[in-house]
Design a protein. Sequence first.
Length: 307
Amino acid sequence: MTRHLLRDDDLSQSEQDEILDLAVALKKDRWKLKPLEGPQTVAVIFDKSSTRTRVSFAVGIADLGGTPLIISTANSQLGGKETPADTARVLERQVAAIVWRTYAQAGLEQMAEGTRVPVINALSDDFHPCQLLADLLTIKEHKGDLAGLTLAFFGDGKSNMAHSYVLACVTAGMHVRVASPETYAPRDDVISDADRRAEQTGGSVTLYTDPNEAAAGADVVVTDTWVSMGKEEEKLERLRDLGGYKVTRDLMRLAKDDAIFIHCLPADRGYEVEAEVIDGPQSVVWDEAENRLHAQKALLVWLLRQD
């Protein structure tokens, strides 16, 4: 059966470990594996603008011996005259995998249903699993074993990033804290799914409204932009609601002395994070950005091996 990555808990803990170990190996020897040699083509579709996703997938596919086919939905039939399922049936006869950065999670699910090639969620309104593989790789590099670590997320708990941190980190056996106003808490169904996964992995998820409590003793401190794509009209409201959840130097002092700071970028310095934090000695955001390349290459290799 063809495997896809549509959300973070599509992977078990052992499968996630396998991909991360493969990412470590590919980072050490970048051109070690060429499963797309031929070259085979991977379709990389964008509904939204992108820097890190576009570059890392294009470079990674080339590293693996393949050819990236970058498609903008503005210049294709997808989302207009053609359904995601029909688009997938056209593409699967010509490409080795499909990567899609889109809005609705439902579109990805429709594309993957019955498709003969792997479909990868390169970001949706609900989840960002590729980013989390890169983040976990970064944490692993700096902190060692993931199981038992505590990660604290600050800001919009309803965001795709917060949802992915909850699911992916609990899958890794980590303890996840989400600090946000009650009206910005993660979706109930995501928390329920995380709790079920935690029973298998020993991880946990806890919701906080007090950012100081969430930060206390954390190994990893995380935030994301408060104004994601599609939320621009809510900027003033979000700045008001989330202002107390900024990652500051004082907040970082509540975490462990060797805590690291991560942010998926782009960042709004002075809003969700102080410049002195993201540009400071505890920040590993540039390692994190590079690791999109290695993690996504590992994911592609792993998915292509599952057929």
